[in-house]
Design a protein around this ligand. Structure first.
Ligand SMILES: CC(C)(COP(=O)(O)OP(=O)(O)OC[C@H]1O[C@@H](n2cnc3c(N)ncnc32)[C@H](O)[C@@H]1OP(=O)(O)O)[C@@H](O)C(=O)NCCC(=O)NCCS
Length: 153
């Protein structure tokens, strides 16, 4: 099985929407409309197997020293094959290329991120985050996601 990670393009919007919407309905991802996806396309990467998109993720700049991994999801049937790890590596390389020293995520998948070199940290150390997407989240006053962080310098 050959997995290819690449930056997203306009042809990916519908499939990105389907993957993210599937997880948003389960309450483990924030929903993104096709319009928002199209506007934020530059921040997205995708993973393909034999030309079929089987995963995605995005990188959002929260400040000059911090980026967040968002919308990381693998299609059911393709989990546990190392594709998530490849996407996180791809996103991490992107952050390094931009010389950003810290990469974080808010997640329920702690073990997965720890295997990728992240450590659990208190959410309170990320004030920038509060002013971004959290204001649109139904769980903003009862957030049960765990913050994980990796230093890249
Ligand atoms: C979390 C997710 C992205 C992981 O992707 P994946 O392709 O299944 O994971 P990988 O196969 O790359 O796993 C990498 C490593 O993490 C481990 N791992 C993955 N998921 C795990 C879990 N839930 N619990 C424990 N370990 C896990 C794997 O065993 C593997 O370990 P290894 O390197 O020792 O073999 C995927 O399960 C997913 O899409 N989940 C739903 C959406 C979600 O929660 N996204 C995170 C939002 S930030």
């Amino acid at each position: 099985m050959t997995v290819v990670c690449r930056k997203a393009n306009v042809d990916d919007v519908n499939t990105l929407f389907e993957i993210i919407e599937g997880y948003a309905e389960k309450g483990i991802m924030l929903p993104r409309s096709k319009e928002v996806l199209a506007r934020q396309l530059k921040t997205f990467v995708v993973a393909e197997v034999d030309g079929e998109m089987v995963g995605c993720g995005s990188l959002t700049l929260l400040g000059p020293e911090l980026v967040e991994i968002r919308s990381l999801g693998i299609t059911e049937g393709y989990k546990g094959m190392g594709i998530g790890k490849k996407l996180v590596t791809f996103l991490t390389e992107e952050a390094k290329a931009q010389k950003i020293p810290k990469i974080m995520a808010l997640t329920y998948e702690i073990a997965f991120f720890e295997k990728n070199g992240f450590s659990v940290v208190p959410k309170e150390i990320f004030p920038e985050k509060v002013w971004k997407d959290c204001v649109h989240c139904k769980k903003q006053h009862c957030c049960d996601e765990i913050a994980v962080l990796k230093r890249l310098d």
